[in-house]
Design a protein around this ligand. Structure first.
Ligand code: NAD
Length: 290
């Protein structure tokens, strides 16, 4: 997709971080926007900011883990603008700790938002795009956590590996269907956004029943440290993503140095040897349970 003016973009997790920057770039390119987020105040602030700039934008409070709410979002998009051209399945949360200490609620919350959110987005919006027949593009936000299996991030890793294979399969299936729909898989490493404070949006029914274990605390501290010291900003990530959409490019790995670890992991698979330490090339960010 090279021309954006007048086209319709749907962005989940638009109230903060990458989502907000996708919205700002979309607005500057003259797009009409459907912004979705579970955090109403953050969403309203972005909608107000863009309306003041004269952008045609609607904001919908949506929990992407709930299929009926994403179906309603698709309906609202149709009612407001008639079409969708560019979809960002981007909303996400982070939870960590030793994999056997993660609770059922941790799994439900994280897989609900990060994986089911993308599943619902694909299931509700891709058929609309196919029916339209015009040029469209889907961006799914995974993470380098979808390409590696780093310690103390099991729940998050599982959710993001799911997004990676879902998105690669979507790419192949769309080619099979001769569809005019491009696909981009966004895999950032640590970037300063609101991700370290994901608990702010954890629904009460999935709130933890007990104090966090030392491994959960260690993981949280490591995420805070790594994201706050990230050198690339959310705005840079959003720019790289729009470049990929323009070039119809699938993989966007925002921190290419990490590809050495990805390659090592894949070499382990091919050689059928035991997994190497994912931090072999990045000892400074390795996390240890205290
Ligand atoms: N920041 C990083 O270091 C990093 C690295 C790799 C991948 N990611 C991924 O990038 C995406 C965007 O995260 P971010 O870093 O901008 O964090 P962020 O917290 O700044 O933004 C995430 C947004 O998602 C929203 N959200 C949370 N739960 C939701 C739900 N159930 N339904 C709808 N919206 C919900 C939040 O309210 C927030 O506005 C996520 O998928 C995240 O996993 C982030």
């Amino acid at each position: 997709m090279k021309d954006f003016a007048g086209k319709v973009a749907v962005i989940t997790g638009a109230g903060s971080g990458f989502g907000r920057e996708f919205a700002r770039i979309g607005a500057s390119l003259g797009m009409r926007l459907v912004l979705a987020d579970v955090q109403a105040d953050a969403l309203a602030a972005v909608v107000d900011e863009l309306r003041e700039r004269g952008v045609e934008v609607i904001g919908e409070r949506v929990d992407v883990s709930k299929g009926d709410q994403v179906e309603r979002l698709a309906q609202r998009t149709k009612e407001a603008f008639g079409k969708v051209h560019l979809l960002f399945n981007n909303a996400g949360v982070a939870a960590g700790g030793l994999v056997w200490e993660s609770t059922e609620k941790d799994w439900q919350w994280t897989l609900g938002v990060n994986l089911w959110g993308v599943i619902h987005g694909v299931r509700c919006f891709v058929p609309m795009m196919l029916e339209q027949g015009d040029e469209c593009h889907v961006v799914n936000t995974a993470s380098v956590a979808g390409l590696l299996s780093t310690q103390l991030m099991g729940v998050y890793n599982v959710s993001k590996h799911g997004v990676v294979t879902l998105t690669e399969t979507l790419y192949h299936d769309l080619r099979l269907a001769n569809a005019n729909i491009g696909v981009t898989l966004l895999c950032p490493a640590f970037v300063p956004t609101g991700i370290h404070a994901s608990e702010r949006n954890r629904p009460p029914e999935l709130a933890p029943d007990s104090e966090p274990t030392p491994s959960m605390v260690a993981s949280q501290k490591a995420t805070e440290k790594a994201t706050s010291s990230g050198k690339i900003g959310a705005e840079d990530v959003a720019k790289m993503t729009f470049d990929a959409i323009r070039e119809n490019r699938f993989y966007v790995v925002t921190h290419p140095k990490i590809l050495a670890s990805v390659e090592l992991r894949l070499q382990d698979v091919v050689a059928q040897r035991n997994p190497s330490d994912p931090f072999t090339f990045k000892k400074d960010v390795a996390v240890k349970p205290s």
